[in-house]
Design a binder for this molecule. Structure first.
Ligand code: NAP
Length: 289
């Protein structure tokens, strides 16, 4: 078994981006500027946003963190987004999800200027992705693709099973794995909560990509010997013996599954850091000069 080291790969990408930005700025170009909008005080969201902002600083991007109150109205948030759309110094921005229940996430996603939508969530960008046109690819699925590419994992003609069909992970993941290209050209099956006999299907996967949001759901009996396993899940599981009172776990039972597969992503240190690298790649792309 070999670990797919997302932390190291993300660091490599960040070093490459830092060199590109340095060279660009030396030629009089603009350093990319990412803004991150955080609504409320959710601990996990704050951690993710801070990690994104810090990563921007490491690669020489400008970053702005816009913290808004949990009680902000939908209309006020839409105004903030409009201001970012019109701010020519901001090249790309993200609105950290989830949003408070009184705000319609779809409305917010639709309000983001597609040319600044570095999360790749706007329907225009999702449509372009589906058609194989140049666009901002959604950060987490594209992070997985980048990891497979850099570890030279063969995907062509392989059976790939994606567990979960969310708009931000499972569904775009299945599109990227099945499209013509490398990585890609896989035969993809997408399973979800209504799938019958799920383990019969996952056991056929040469490449198993798991994004269902239940800690340690996938066990060794559900995985084929020698499979490549990508664990997108990330959960804070309470543990009184841990320093912070919790441990991070994925959707896969790492200990038992890792002894069976050829490659596996750890949690933490797998897909999470690749999501950040992917967001930075999109932000680099977002500068119009
Ligand atoms: P989500 O929106 O909750 O979607 C979960 C999907 O899994 C749904 O399609 C659901 O099916 C399916 N599902 C739920 N229970 C199932 C079951 N028992 N059997 C089969 N399918 C089942 O979650 P998400 O946003 O895609 O996130 C998934 C996980 O990835 C979470 O742990 C999240 O924290 C993590 N995540 C990590 C990153 C990262 O950067 N590492 C980024 C994003 C998300 P239905 O559609 O039928 O309900």
């Amino acid at each position: 078994m070999q670990l797919l080291d997302g932390k190291k790969t993300s660091q490599d990408i960040q070093l490459e981006l830092a060199d590109l930005v340095k060279a660009k700025v030396a030629k009089g170009g603009k350093s990319p500027h990412l803004a991150a909008v955080l609504v409320g005080e959710d601990g996990a969201s704050l951690t993710y946003v801070n990690a994104k902002v810090k990563a921007c600083e490491r690669v020489g991007f400008k970053s702005s963190l816009i913290k808004l109150s949990q009680s902000i109205s939908e209309e006020e948030l839409l105004e903030e987004i409009e201001a970012l759309n019109n701010n020519s110094d901001i090249d790309g921005f993200i609105v950290q999800l989830p949003l408070p229940k009184h705000i319609d996430e779809t409305k917010i996603t639709l309000a983001v200027d597609p040319t600044k939508d570095v999360d790749g969530f706007h329907p225009q960008n999702v449509g372009r992705m589906a058609l194989g046109l140049p666009t901002f690819l959604p950060a987490t699925p594209n992070g997985v693709i980048e990891l497979l590419k850099r570890y030279k994992i063969q995907t062509e003609g392989k059976n790939c099973v994606v567990v979960g069909r969310s708009n931000i992970v499972g569904s775009p993941m299945s599109i990227l794995m099945s499209r013509k290209g490398n990585p890609g050209n896989a035969t993809v099956t997408l399973v979800h909560s209504r799938t019958k006999n799920m383990s019969e299907i996952t056991k056929e996967a040469d490449i198993l990509i798991v994004a269902l949001g239940i800690p340690e759901f996938i066990n060794a009996d559900m995985v084929k010997e020698g499979a490549v396993v990508i664990d997108v899940g990330i959960h804070r599981v309470e543990d009184a013996t841990a320093k912070r009172g919790f441990r991070l776990k994925g959707d896969v039972k790492f200990e038992e599954v890792s002894s069976k597969c050829s490659f596996i992503t750890p949690v933490p240190g797998g897909v999470g850091p690749m999501t950040i690298a992917s967001l930075l790649m999109n932000t680099y792309q977002s500068v119009n000069d």
